[in-house]
Write a protein that binds this ligand. Sequence first.
Ligand code: ATP
Ligand code: MG
Length: 234
Amino acid sequence: MNDGGSINERIPSGIDGLDDLIEGGLLRGDTILLAGGTGCGKTIFSSQFINNGAVLCNEKGVYATLEEDRPSFMRNMKRFGFDFEKLEAEGKVLVIDPSKIGGVGLDVNLQYIVSKADELGATRIVIDSLPAFLSACEEKLEYRSAMHLIYELLKGHGYTTIMTVSVPVGSRSLGLGIEEFIADAVMQLESVVVDYELKTRFLVRKMRGTDHSKRYHTVIFSDTGLEIVPFTTQ
Ligand SMILES: Nc1ncnc2c1ncn2[C@@H]1O[C@H](COP(=O)(O)OP(=O)(O)OP(=O)(O)O)[C@@H](O)[C@H]1O
Ligand SMILES: [Mg+2]
């Protein structure tokens, strides 16, 4: 277990352009819900948080990939320079394979992630995605209870956690409608068609304890991941 540092400690998100919108960074120990439609960049964003945490901030990370199998995930993220095989060999990151999660109760699966994070000395965790994680668990808890269990366990250990949630195109709700109330922060990636072109925009919908930007910001994908452009409205 890490001690969680100072209660008001801000840590770099690792996402270019984001920290200026959120008073300098994420609050250590927060649980952040990253919602968005398919292909909006949720996996790239979360991987960048883990990669840049390990490479630039000396913060170890655990990435539970439930949507993509491990080989595809490793290959896709390497294109952005996120070399998780190398970081694993250096003991800075652990990518948890979907086959290691499921078939048992939620509590056991959560304890597995926590034990791996503690073994590594990790301070950052990603669960990609929350619905896939819950459906892999044998025990089908009522959603609110499951969300509370995850939130309290990960927060209690002081990890800064990103959980992704897919939002179907055209949906008004972010996820199942409960997780956004429990999470400390809710960030949203959205695809919009502008002049026959698919563009991605980003919004901090909520961030407790932070005077955050309330605007939409353009997202740019590049060879090094994704970047949030400070002041645009599209
Ligand atoms: N090398 C690249 N350069 C620029 N953009 C890319 C590159 N690779 C992928 N993309 C963009 O990123 C998108 C995929 O991002 P990502 O996998 O993070 O989305 P996601 O929100 O996790 O999607 P899903 O809901 O399917 O898991 C692609 O649809 C594409 O638009
Ligand atoms: Mg994804």
